[in-house]
Design a protein around this ligand. Structure first.
Ligand SMILES: NC(=O)c1ccc[n+]([C@@H]2O[C@H](COP(=O)([O-])OP(=O)(O)OC[C@H]3O[C@@H](n4cnc5c(N)ncnc54)[C@H](OP(=O)(O)O)[C@@H]3O)[C@@H](O)[C@H]2O)c1
Length: 265
């Protein structure tokens, strides 16, 4: 059985479709289940014993981030190892380590735990999702950031789901981290131009030095320390570390990843 956590999320829903409903979804509230188009159980990653795992199952482990993310994901991995799960496929972020800032560091800690767990693993390591971009536009058509002119190989989260489906349905392979990107790595000026084209109204990228980006985020309600780290993360991304593109999506899917223009259309 393929057990899908984060089933109501962007990747989870797309994954269940890719699997043709041949999955067991874990949902936090019973009313979320019927619309998913597959078998489901009520469970919560905060309570690992509620995740329905049996020997030989294949587990898709994914959720959004919250303060208890590391502890919960590590506990579910321990349970998967104890039960004798055949494979854990999880979603992390491209290039992270335990020492990375904010959620990136959380992912790094979970990844290290998974690699040491003894369970066969596949870690999906995407860069940013195309799905985020439109939500970053403010009322005046601006996107603020401190990425500078560094490109980012934005990927459609549905391509991440398609990769997960392949890994969960073919024979379990060697433990591997899959670095996932879209087909190109536009700068944020280029992203704004694509958004302008797709939305039919002007979108402008406004680049700010880290201090100013942090102040901007703080003004919008973010705690000072988080705002500072987020601005710093954006400038780290802007140094070019997310500007490479990989062929992993096309290698696994036999088709290219969706471009930003296709996604926005
Ligand atoms: N956004 C990006 O650009 C980006 C880039 C790289 C990697 N990532 C990673 O991608 C992952 C998010 O994937 P996504 O976009 O598919 O997520 P999403 O759409 O935000 O959905 C999150 C899912 O997690 C579930 N969830 C949250 N807390 C849970 C808990 N305690 N127990 C069980 N389920 C829980 C939610 O369930 P409910 O419906 O009950 O809330 C929902 O199904 C994160 O790990 C993120 O760091 C994101």
């Amino acid at each position: 059985m393929i057990v899908v956590t984060g089933a109501t999320g962007t990747i989870g829903r797309a994954l269940i479709k890719e699997l043709g409903g041949a999955a067991r979804a874990v949902v936090r509230r019973a009313e979320q289940g019927p619309e998913l188009g597959c078998d489901y159980v009520v469970g919560d990653l905060e309570r690992p014993e509620t995740i329905p795992l049996e020997p030989g199952d294949r587990l898709f482990l994914n959720s959004s981030l919250w303060p208890g993310f590391v502890r919960a994901h590590q506990a579910v991995i321990d349970r998967a190892a104890a039960v004798g799960v055949a494979q854990v496929v999880t979603v992390s972020v491209y290039g992270v380590t335990s020492g990375s800032l904010l959620g990136f560091g959380m992912h790094g800690q979970v990844d290290s735990h998974l690699k040491a767990s003894g369970v066969p693993w596949s870690i999906l390591a995407p860069v940013g999702y195309m799905q985020n971009l439109a939500g970053d536009i403010d009322e005046e058509g601006r996107i603020f950031g401190s990425y500078g002119s560094g490109g980012v190989g934005y990927i459609d989260a549905h391509d991440v789901a398609a990769v997960a489906a392949v890994l969960l349905t073919r024979p379990v392979g060697a433990d591997t981290t899959y670095d996932l990107t879209g087909p190109a790595a536009p700068t944020h000026d280029e992203v704004a131009a694509e958004l302008t084209r797709a939305l039919g109204r002007t979108v402008r990228y406004v680049d700010l030095p880290v201090e100013e980006a942090a102040a901007h985020l703080e003004k919008r309600g973010m705690p000072a320390e988080v705002a500072r780290d987020l601005a710093e993360l954006m400038s780290q991304i802007g140094d070019g570390r997310w500007a490479d593109t990989t062929t992993t999506v096309s290698d696994l899917l036999g088709r290219p990843p969706r471009s930003l223009r296709e996604f926005l259309a």
